[in-house]
Write a protein that binds this ligand. Structure first.
Ligand code: IPE
Ligand code: IPE
Ligand code: MG
Length: 247
């Protein structure tokens, strides 16, 4: 009886010690659909709804930053119909998000390269970022056409240009100067990184930023992910001892 009680206490989220920044790799949509005999695209549609639900929950409990991996620089390798469906879903959700930004005081940002994206989606991205300018609530970073190697390569190029044009000296290249040139500039590093879908890899996500993040993997496919599963990840996070190289 005593043990049971103790376990119950340990299994609830401590809302006074939440991670301030949660990053999630939205993975498992295709497999979710295949298991149901549906086309992969059906999984993306349900996965988008899961994102809405989980983002709302994060906002309700007071998470400050939520960063999600929606489309990678490598995802262009997929069949064109699948890429098109993902892009249409993103368009639909960005359009709706513009309203949410106003209603819920959200800051919406996009991390990733704009190269290769349609004019329509780029316009919506600009609009929602503009709408976010005066907001002060939860910041949602959507990683779209994002690849961490691409992000770091861009930062290196920008620094090389600054050095070669005399605006910067080699001695001035610091970690902070690199960070300033990443999409994540100004955002604290993720405390907790969650990957649903069963794979245990980063897949080119936030390689620089997750140097000291706590990783939690979940076997649940993203469309099956929910508030309870997020709670479980936070509980797991709260059991970790973060040392950052110290003792
Ligand atoms: C994640 O789900 C969404 C994107 C990568 C765009 P997947 O489409 O990768 O689903 P699985 O991993 O194949 O099941
Ligand atoms: C990572 O998932 C990218 C996104 C979730 C957007 P992938 O499904 O593309 O990763 P791999 O191929 O399993 O490594
Ligand atoms: Mg996948």
């Amino acid at each position: 009886m005593g043990i049971f009680k103790k376990k119950q206490v340990a299994e609830s989220v401590d809302f006074s010690a939440l991670p301030q920044h949660i990053a999630i790799i939205l993975d498992g949509n295709g497999r979710w659909a295949k298991r149901r005999g549906l086309p992969r695209t059906a999984g993306h549609a349900v996965g988008s709804e899961t994102f809405r639900k989980v983002a709302t929950y994060c906002n309700d409990i007071g998470i400050k930053y939520l960063t999600v991996y929606a489309f990678s620089t490598e995802n262009w390798k997929r069949p064109v119909e699948e890429v098109d469906t993902i892009m249409s879903l993103l368009e639909k959700y960005i359009l709706e998000a513009i309203d949410e930004v106003r209603k819920k005081n959200l800051i919406l940002k996009f991390w990733g390269s704009r190269d290769g994206l349609s004019e329509r989606i780029k316009k919506l991205m600009d609009e929602s970022e503009k709408e976010s300018a005066d907001m002060t609530g939860m910041q949602v970073n959507v990683c779209l056409n994002y690849g961490s190697r691409n992000e770091i390569t861009n930062a290196v190029r920008l620094i090389a240009a600054d050095v070669s044009e005399g605006r910067m000296k080699i001695e001035d290249i610091t970690e902070a100067e690199i960070e300033k040139r990443l999409y994540s500039a100004g955002t604290p590093a993720p405390d907790l990184l969650i990957r649903p879908g069963g794979e245990m890899r980063l897949s080119n996500y936030l390689l620089w930023q997750t140097a000291y993040s706590e990783f939690v993997f979940s076997d649940k496919l993203w469309p099956d992910f929910d508030e309870r599963e997020l709670d479980r990840a936070i509980i797991e996070y709260q059991k970790r001892n973060r040392r950052f190289g110290g003792i």
